[in-house]
Design a protein around this ligand. Structure first.
Ligand code: PLP
Length: 433
């Protein structure tokens, strides 16, 4: 999937959500068989025993314990296997055991939330080798809080009144090609976005109202490079914000952009860092993080009050980041490649089938996937139809389509789901001979 596909997909999400919704309805009429491994996630599939990539720590670590109370069944909610990339409507990513442990082990005591945010933030800042950090309710919240911080500073009156401040609206500079769905988090503060294209236009766009310049890292096109963007904003003494929400791996990106000089940087907690889905990281300049905290819960009145982060998510976000930083990333990567190769080997007996490992160049979702294609005269079904059939099936499996080929994402699969995906893809294709 290239960046354009990702953006297109972002804008298609509500549609995709709808089709999942109807699939879910269909499924309630057709209960899963008792033996279906998707129903009892702790159950071992007889064939999944020695799947390459399963021995790999991070992958093996997220095999869930057997459930005693099945809340999915109790509420009639379908379990979905995500053989694609992290998506908000599919609940982001799966938290690792150490994150769940952080949540469980801290749930039994109260804490002062001001102190917790300060202490967790200080620890995260230390881990990321940056001045200051905080936990937000996701990257979108971080964009809103960062913008609010640039507007209000520590001014109590402004914090109390934003987004209804007197006088002309604050202005945030963005490249025209960087405009995206998430910039509504900017305008929610009352600020307006001033679009520029190229360094010359940016140079001329600053006014007394300019408070911030926002850079969308995974945009398809940059008419201004990171370096020029920073230099120009720096000459005008305006803080810069970089949205890198989905831009790990590689782990180095957590350090790269703040080192380049961005005043504020955000990453989602609930994507490949595998923290709580509704958590995120905002880090950078100390004065701006302080101002962002003043605009956030647990303060009672500010604009960020409805974007509360709970105690367990704060501990969980810290645990997830620490685990992510401590991980052997080469080993994790090799585990993904092994898994993609394993699926390719299992599918190889299908006539005319071709597979290829494709690594998304990023910066968002920069990890390996398996691309599968076949002779449409032999298997008379298109990749889009396969995708839909898998999604509508039992269990529901979400795959992708990349350049009119089936994309099987490997990084979000639990070890015990690999074989289920193989079997279902085989079934759907062989039904179409
Ligand atoms: C996912 C994403 C967001 C939103 O992140 P949340 O953590 O879900 O709030 C913002 N910007 C980009 C580029 C994203 O990919």
């Amino acid at each position: 999937m290239n960046r354009r596909d990702i953006l297109k997909r972002l804008s298609l999400l509500p549609l995709a959500a709808t089709s999942i919704g109807s699939a879910a309805l269909a499924a309630t009429r057709e209960p899963l068989p008792e033996t279906d491994p998707a129903r009892t996630p702790g159950a071992k599939l007889p064939t999944a025993g020695n799947t390459p990539g399963e021995g790999h720590d991070a992958a093996a670590a997220h095999t869930p314990p057997a459930v005693t109370r099945d809340l999915f069944a109790e509420l009639g909610v379908r379990r979905i296997i995500n053989a694609d990339v992290t998506m908000t409507f599919l609940s982001g990513s799966l938290m690792l055991p150490e994150v769940l442990e952080a949540i469980n082990s801290t749930a039994h005591d109260f804490a002062n939330m001001f102190e917790l945010q300060d202490k967790v933030g200080a620890k995260i800042a230390e881990l990321l080798k940056v001045e200051a950090a905080m936990v937000t309710s996701g990257a979108a919240c971080a964009i809103l809080l960062g913008t609010a911080a640039c507007i209000t500073g520590t001014d109590k009156d402004k914090i109390k009144n934003i987004p209804n401040l007197p006088g002309p609206r604050a202005e945030v500079i963005m490249q025209k090609s960087h405009r995206y769905l998430f910039d509504q988090a900017v305008t929610t503060t009352g600020a307006r976005i001033v679009e520029v294209e190229g360094p010359d236009e940016m140079e001329k766009a600053f006014t007394p109202q300019t408070v911030m310049a926002l850079f969308f890292n995974a945009a398809e096109k940059h008419s201004i490079t990171h370096e020029d963007f920073l230099a120009i904003a720096g000459r005008h003494n305006i803080p810069t914000f970089l949205d890198a929400a989905a831009d790990v791996p590689p782990v180095e990106n957590l350090f790269k952009y703040q080192k380049m000089g961005f005043s504020l940087v955000t990453f989602s907690g609930g994507k490949m860092i595998r923290g709580p889905q509704s958590a995120g990281l905002l880090f950078g300049r100390k004065d701006l993080i302080e101002a962002a905290k003043l605009n956030h819960s647990p303060h009672e009145a500010p604009i960020g009050r409805p974007m509360k982060v709970n105690k367990e998510e704060m501990f969980g976000m810290y645990a997830a980041l620490k685990s992510y930083l401590d991980r052997d990333h080469q080993k994790e990567w090799n585990g993904w490649l092994d898994r993609a190769k394993h699926i390719a080997t299992r599918l190889a007996p299908l006539q005319t089938l071709k597979t290829e490992i494709w690594t998304n160049p990023g910066p968002a979702n920069a990890f390996p996937n398996l691309i599968v294609d076949w002779d449409r005269q032999h298997f008379k079904i298109t990749p889009k139809e396969v995708r839909q059939t898998l999604q509508d099936g039992n269990p529901s499996i979400v795959t992708g389509v990349h350049e009119d080929k089936l994309l099987i994402g490997v990084v979000l699969l639990r070890p015990d789901q690999v074989e289920i995906v193989v079997q279902r893809v085989k079934e759907v294709l062989t039904h179409a001979v």
